[in-house]
Write a protein that binds this ligand. Structure first.
Ligand code: UDP
Ligand code: MG
Length: 318
């Protein structure tokens, strides 16, 4: 019988220090398994020598494929490109920076053989700074109350997906892809395996505070309309409170006549309402922005060059 094929998708953005060490670590692990494998590196518009290292690596190692984007399209686009070009019976998404321990692949494959369609490698937060850990905890507590899919702290993109799970993801055609939510949205039987957090050895993280905040907002508005509903309720409650206030003031005026001092009340009402209106507009704007982006139907990424054969050059799934 033919050995099953495993595709390993590796988003890489300015990872010149990691491309080769990662591949050799990965190869060592995969050589011990009974899978054939292909590795799909996605060079996400790197400005360092990542691409030339990949070209070199692929000439010596036929299992190595690379897709190079014309610019930095982001990790989500890179993962999508990897899925679209993958031919494996199952696919693993893993970071190039060795922060996702390659040895975990054995456990992921075990889960796959047990029949799970998604085997998720979940990290703890050892070594992360205290503020980041605390903020993430609060964020995930809150977000899981608001969104319709379950998002788990520590469960990122490092996971194995069966072919049918990958195909399910490829049917989802949205332009703004929030992988964490999409993985959860498709469902299927899932198994979680845990590993100890590893700090980055080479290069630096591409996550700035700004990017993290944007990612947080994506998480909230990509998967539900509840924030809009909250605006609706807030508006309703404030309207009721205002009506009650007007009623009280009117009865007071009828009873005691017009009372001029009212500076504090007016200013507080104006500021409070102004704040709420701006917040609501912002939330509505987020959704409208997304609709605008979706209507443009732009491709998720453009390919500058690639040695992978499957898939179109300018991909947009419909
Ligand atoms: N990455 C990418 N495109 C980007 C940013 C990151 O392909 O725009 C890749 C990066 O090369 C790495 C993985 O995504 O392999 C995770 O990135 P990073 O290590 O910066 O994130 P962190 O581990 O800090 O969450
Ligand atoms: Mg990293």
């Amino acid at each position: 019988m033919n050995k099953p094929l495993l595709s390993v998708v590796v988003p890489s953005f300015n990872e010149e220090q990691n491309v080769e060490p990662f591949y050799f670590a990965l190869k060592e692990v995969l050589d011990q398994s009974h899978y054939r494998f292909e590795v799909i590196y996605i060079d996400d518009g790197s400005s360092d020598s990542t691409l030339s290292l990949l070209q070199r690596l692929s000439t010596w190692h036929p299992q190595v494929n690379y897709i190079s984007f014309t610019r930095n399209f982001g990790k989500e686009a890179a993962i999508l490109a990897g899925f679209q070009h993958s031919k494996g019976d199952c696919v693993i998404v893993i970071d190039a920076d060795l922060q996702h321990p390659v040895e975990m692949i054995h456990e992921l494959l075990d889960g796959y053989e047990e029949g799970y369609d998604q085997v998720i490698a979940c990290r703890n937060r050892k070594g992360d700074n205290f503020v980041k850990t605390a903020l993430s905890k609060v964020y995930y507590k809150l977000i899981n109350k608001v969104v319709d899919v379950q998002l788990e702290d520590g469960a990122g993109d490092f996971r194995l997906l069966s072919r049918r799970a990958v195909d399910a993801l490829l049917i989802l055609s949205e332009g703004n892809r929030f992988s964490k939510g999409l993985f959860s949205w498709i469902g299927f039987d899932q198994k979680v395996v845990h590993y100890e957090n590893v700090s980055r050895q080479n290069g630096e993280s591409k996550w700035s505070i700004q990017k993290l905040i944007n990612y947080g907002i994506d998480g909230i508005v990509s998967f539900n309309l509840k924030p809009l509903r909250i605006c609706f309720y807030m508006g309703g409650m404030i309207l009721l409170a205002a009506l009650a206030y007007i009623f009280v003031m009117l009865t007071q005026i009828v009873r005691t006549g017009i009372d001029v001092p009212g500076y504090f009340t007016i200013i507080s009402a104006v500021l409070f309402l102004g704040g709420i209106q701006l917040l609501s507009l912002g939330i509505i704007g987020e959704y409208i922005g997304r609709i605008y982006n979706e209507t443009k139907k732009r491709p998720h990424y453009l390919v500058k060059e690639s040695n992978a054969t499957k898939g179109k050059r300018y991909e947009r799934i419909q």
